[in-house]
Design a protein around this ligand. Structure first.
Ligand code: ZN
Ligand code: ZN
Length: 363
């Protein structure tokens, strides 16, 4: 008999069961915790044989715990949310978020954290700068990174390089959001229906006064950082290529350090190498897309940066086969070997989600 009392008991029972199911799926297994703790024992800048083995172990771990459904299945995101890879990512993210929040970076130092895909956060004594922070689906905490930033740089408006909730939160908090100028006719493969001629990116992001559009080869002072945007092209077949969106390489000079972020694109005019003449020869950190290897080897040879961080690897939302084909640590380690043989003054530092490196000014 379903009287009022029985309905209440049934309700409590269902709520409790639901809680247990959610708790079971959300809490990381012993294996996940152990592996994350193991990673915490390593300093990424010390590239020993054990460190290389750890990176290859990550490849196997991510491969084994990949979401079971394929990325063309509409339930892919759900299968990711219940996967061990998501629980692992969450552990890594919580660690990096607390570190960014609490880090006191001394004068003449910079600290970098690897977030996801091409997403990085750089912190000096005076400024915290985010690059291409994307995809809240990887972890729902991603948008709160906005609370720690002074500047957010978006290389181009593809879903794996920005997150609308994070951008909105950043703009509301007075973060300077730097992005390429230029019209966009498609939003991630979907045409913008309201305006077939396209819309200025700034308009799409709501025309806030905190948005800073950067033209090709333009330099601006943003807070205490000097930012230059270099003309780039995404994909093959001319400017915009197969993914026609405005895109830039961003050079950031902050507190004596020089950072260059390459986004998904190649520099316009890079075939003849003349595009590189505009770029200073004292890059401290080159944040690059590993998928363009071996092309990028030539770029590293031309620019001879102090540190090279290969990015755009293990991007889960491309599905398993493509993710592995585009970039895993096996590929990054062979790139690293080539760079170290050919350009001994440049050091390649591969990073796992949530890891960080610190750098001191040279003189
Ligand atoms: Zn892209
Ligand atoms: Zn991308």
């Amino acid at each position: 008999m379903l009287n009022k009392k029985n309905i209440i008991i049934l309700g409590i029972f269902l709520a409790l069961s639901l809680f247990l199911v959610v708790w079971y799926f959300a809490s990381p297994s012993e294996e996940v915790r152990k592996f994350s703790n193991k990673i915490n024992q390593y300093q990424p800048e010390i590239l020993t044989k054990e460190r290389e083995d750890l990176l290859l172990e990550f490849d196997n771990f991510a491969f084994d715990h990949f979401p079971i459904l394929d990325d063309d299945c509409p339930l892919f995101v759900y299968s990711y949310l219940f996967s061990d890879l998501h629980k692992f990512y969450k552990l890594r993210f919580d660690k990096l978020y607390n570190e960014i929040k609490n880090a006191q970076v001394p004068d003449r130092q910079i600290k970098f954290w690897y977030v996801y895909n091409m997403g990085m956060v750089a912190k000096t004594k005076n400024l915290t700068i985010g690059f291409d922070l994307a995809n809240k689906w990887i972890n729902f905490g991603i948008p709160k990174l906005a609370d720690q930033l002074d500047i957010l740089i978006i290389s181009h408006p593809h879903g794996d390089h920005y997150d609308s909730s994070l951008v909105k939160r950043a703009l509301n908090r007075g973060v300077a959001v730097v992005l390429p100028s230029g019209k966009i006719k498609k939003e991630w493969r979907k045409p913008i229906r309201s305006d077939p001629k396209g819309k200025e990116l700034k308009e799409i992001f709501g025309n806030s006064k905190n948005l800073i559009s950067m033209g090709e080869d333009e330099t601006k002072m943003v807070k205490q950082a000097k930012i230059t945007a270099f003309a780039a092209e995404h994909g093959k077949g001319g400017r915009g290529g197969e993914f026609p969106v405005p895109t830039r390489w961003f050079l950031v000079e902050v507190d004596g350090f020089t950072i260059l972020h390459t986004d998904d694109a190649g520099l316009i005019g890079s075939d003849g190498g003349e595009a590189f003449e505009k770029i200073p020869q004292d890059i401290d950190i080159f944040l690059m897309d590993i998928r363009s290897y071996p092309d990028r080897l030539r770029e590293v040879r031309l620019l001879k940066p102090r540190i090279v961080i290969p990015l755009h690897h293990w991007e889960i939302f491309h599905g398993k086969p493509k993710t592995i084909e585009e970039g895993d640590f096996r590929k990054i380690l062979s790139f690293k070997d080539e760079v170290h043989q050919q350009i001994p003054t440049s050091k390649v530092i591969p990073l796992i989600w949530g890891e960080s490196i610190s750098l001191e000014l040279e003189n």
